[in-house]
Design a protein around this ligand. Sequence first.
Ligand code: ATP
Ligand code: MG
Length: 440
Amino acid sequence: MRLTRCFLPVMKDSPSDAQIVSHKLMLRAGLVRQTAAGIYAWLPIGLRVLKKIEQIVREEQDKAGAIELLMPTLQSADLWRQSGRYDAYGPEMLRITDRHDREMLYGPTNEEMITAIFAGEVKSYRELPRTLYHIQWKFRDEVRPRFGVMRGREFLMKDAYSFDLDEAGARQSYYTQMLAYLRTFQRMGIQAVPMKAASGPIGGELSHEFIVLAPTGESEVFYDAAFDEFDWAQSNLSYGDPAGLERLFEQVTATYSATDETHDEARWAEVAEDRRRTGRGIEVGHIFNFGRKYSETMGLKVSGPDGSMVTPEMGSYGIGVSRLVGAIIEASHDEAGIVWPEAVAPWKVGIVTMRGDDPASIAAADDLYARLIAAGVETLYDDRDERGGVKLGSMDLIGLPWQVIIGPRGLEKGVVELKRRATGEREELSVDAALAKLTA
Ligand code: ATP
Ligand code: MG
C-alpha cells in the first residue's frame, strides 16, 4: 500500500480524551475513530489488525474442530423470554422496537439463539458432540464505556458453544477450547494466563478467564511464576488425545492463578514466596461450562443411545477480538509507539525514503516496493513528500515489524538500512540482501 493512496490519519499529539496508552496510540496511529460513546469506526490500518486477530482465532477454532457459522446481531425478545434472561439482563441490553412494534434487541451474546437453532435441527446423540462458533459484533450498553475498544459498547467477539451428551464429554470440550485458547494467544505474540473464574455449575472449576498482564488492566491478578515458563504452544499435544488434554487441564488448575474475584489466600500462602506474582490484567477470553441451563430452558433434547431423551450439556467460550487490539498494544509498545508482534501487524514491512525529492531514492524505493509486493510481502510504502524525520516518526508510531530506510547517502554506497522495530537494531545491506531477508 502506498501511503499517499491510503487513508491513514496519523496524529502528532497525544489526544487528551484518552487515558491509557493503547487508546492513545490507537487514535494517534489512526486505527479507530469514536463515532458515539463506546462505538468506533475501524479505519484501514485498525481493520487490518482486527482481521489478522480474527483470522488467527478462526484458524485455531477450526483446528480444534469447532465449526463456524454466523448468527445475526439483532435478536427477538421472545427468544430471550424463553430463557428468562430478557428481564434478568437489565440495562446493559439495548432494546429496540421494529415498525410492527415487535420487541427486538442487539445481541450481547448468543446462548439462546444457538441453542434454539441447534434444538431445531439435532435430534439424536449421534450428532453430538458439536462445537459451533461465530465471530460477530455484540452490543452491551456498558455504564462506563472507557479505554477505547477495550471496554466499548459495540465490540467484536468470537463466541463458541459446545453441545455434549454427558458431563464427561462436556469436560473434553472444555479442555479442547482451553488448549485452543493457549495456542490462539501464543500465536498473537502475547501471554494470556488462564485464571480461575467464578465457578460454573459442574464441579466449580470449569470456568477460566484468560488474562493479559498489563498495568492498566481492570482486574487485580495473582499467579505462580511457573506460568512465566509455561509451554503455551503445547506442540506435542493433539486434540485427539483425551488423556493428554486432561493432563493439560490438571497442570493449569494445579498452578495457582486467580483474579481478585476468585483469589484464595490459603492457597496463595502455599505458593513459595519468591514465586508469587501479582499485578493487573486484561480479560481477553472467558471459557465457561454451564451444564444444562440453556438446553433445559430452550427445549433442546436428543434421543440417547438407549432411546431415552437426553438434555445435552453445554459450554460457551468467548474471545474479545476487538478488545485484543488494545490489549496487544498495552503489552507491546514503547515510547515511540506500537510494536506489533509480526502475526498481527497491519503490514510486515514499511519503506521510508529519507528524501522524497531525490529521484534515485524514489527509484530504489519503487523497485523494492514492487519486488516485495510481487513476493507477497505485506508492505506499506511511505511515498509522501515529507521530511525523513517525520516519516520515521510515523513508521515507529504505526509499529510495523521491519522498516527499510532509503536515502541518497546509502544509495551511493549501494546500501539501504533495515531496522527491526522491536529491538531498534539497524543494519546496512544491499537492496537484494534486504529483499532476501524480508522474504525468507
Ligand atoms: P468484562 O468482565 O470485561 O465486562 P465479561 O466477563 O462481561 O467481560 P464475557 O461475557 O466473558 O465478558 O465476554 C467474552 C469476552 O468478550 C471477554 O472476555 C472480553 O474479552 C470481551 N468483552 C466483554 N465485554 C466487552 C466490552 N464491553 N468491550 C470489549 N470487549 C468486551
Ligand atoms: Mg467474562
